[in-house]
Write a protein that binds this ligand. Structure first.
Ligand SMILES: Nc1nc(=O)c2c([nH]1)NC[C@@H]1CN(c3ccc(C(=O)N[C@@H](CCC(=O)O)C(=O)O)cc3)C=[N+]21
Ligand SMILES: [Mg+2]
Length: 293
């Protein structure tokens, strides 16, 4: 058996074409160009790559982006002041504070300071609350990207056992919320209605859980953690991990070994990461539309 490769580039390109058309229409109707403000603190090389990818993607769909760089030793007050300025700035539709922040800063306080209408990451407690109640303002980028990949390749989640490895606030937790809802705002009921199991570092007998899964989603940040024996033959495996190792970029799954067992698998790079950036564009347009009202 050889797994189908779920190429994120194809999906991202298709969605970006659609976003570009809606951006063009919005600009011609309102005279407003949606603009993403990205805040980058320090010089972390991975963060620089991601922020550059985000800026490039904005340009591709006809949106503006502005990068705000702050030194590694910026104070909490200075960073909060920057965010408050961006909240008030009418030219800025969406605000993204790139994580992780240096340890001396209180990330929660910074993220909570972002205007919920400009919170394109969907990290603000009011947006997380709305998401958990099934009436989202924004959909979080990476979980939404996972749904869009599954939708593109016609791999519905309704009635399926979905196992999520990882309980982070950025991926595992919001993705579990979205998959257990009755419907998805953008992908419909076929891409919701799952039986969701969330596993983490304190889960006993992990393999007994993962081998039950029709769809296995890895978001733990441990290179090649998911091995072939953990996967039910024919299962769909979505790899959200991006780990920088001596041998280069790799995901949370042992990709080569899984090709022989899984029914379908996402590559890294070129999988979910592409969609994370694309769904950020979607949210920036959404933010601009909300603010034009
Ligand atoms: N406030 C905030 N929001 C985020 O959404 C956020 C964040 N902080 N901090 C870090 C994580 C990680 N993340 C990625 C973005 C792009 C790629 C991406 O472009 N991936 C490409 C290329 C990867 C590469 O070449 O390094 C791919 O997978 O093909 C991956 C991961 C967003 N995150
Ligand atoms: Mg990727």
């Amino acid at each position: 058996m050889s797994a189908k490769i779920l190429d994120g580039k194809t999906v991202a390109n298709a969605l970006q074409e659609d976003i570009a058309q809606r951006v063009e229409l919005f600009v011609s109707n309102t005279g407003i160009t949606p603009c993403l403000a990205a805040v980058l603190v320090g010089e972390d090389p991975a963060s620089q790559v991601y922020v550059r990818n985000k800026e490039r993607a904005c340009g591709k769909v006809g949106m503006a982006s502005e990068l705000f760089r702050m030194p590694e030793d910026v104070s909490q007050a200075e960073l909060l002041n920057l965010v408050q300025g961006l909240n008030k700035n009418d030219k800025v539709s969406g605000i993204l504070v790139q994580l992780p922040l240096p340890k001396h800063l209180d990330a929660s306080e910074v993220l909570d300071a972002i205007d919920p209408q400009k919170d394109v990451d969907c990290f603000h407690p009011s947006n997380v609350g709305l998401l958990s109640q099934g009436r989202p303002n924004f959909l979080p980028c990476t979980p939404h990207g996972v749904l869009q990949i599954l939708k593109h390749f016609n791999l519905p989640t309704a009635g399926k056992n979905v196992c999520i490895l990882g309980r982070s606030d950025i991926v595992g937790k919001p993705l579990a919320l979205m998959l257990m809802q009755r419907t998805s705002e953008t992908c419909g009921p076929d891409f919701a209605n799952a039986t969701v199991t969330v596993c983490h570092s304190r889960t006993p007998n992990l393999k007994a859980m993962t081998t039950q899964a029709d769809i296995l989603i890895a978001a733990i940040g441990v290179p090649k953690f998911v091995t072939a024996d953990m996967v039910k033959p024919g299962a769909v495996v979505v790899d959200v991990g991006i780990n920088r190792t001596d041998e280069g970029l790799c995901g949370d799954v042992d990709y080569d070994a899984l090709l022989e067992v899984a029914g379908a698998v996402t590559p890294v790079p070129g999988g979910v990461g592409r969609l994370t950036v694309t769904m950020l564009l979607e949210n920036t347009l959404k933010a601009a539309i909300l603010q034009a009202k």
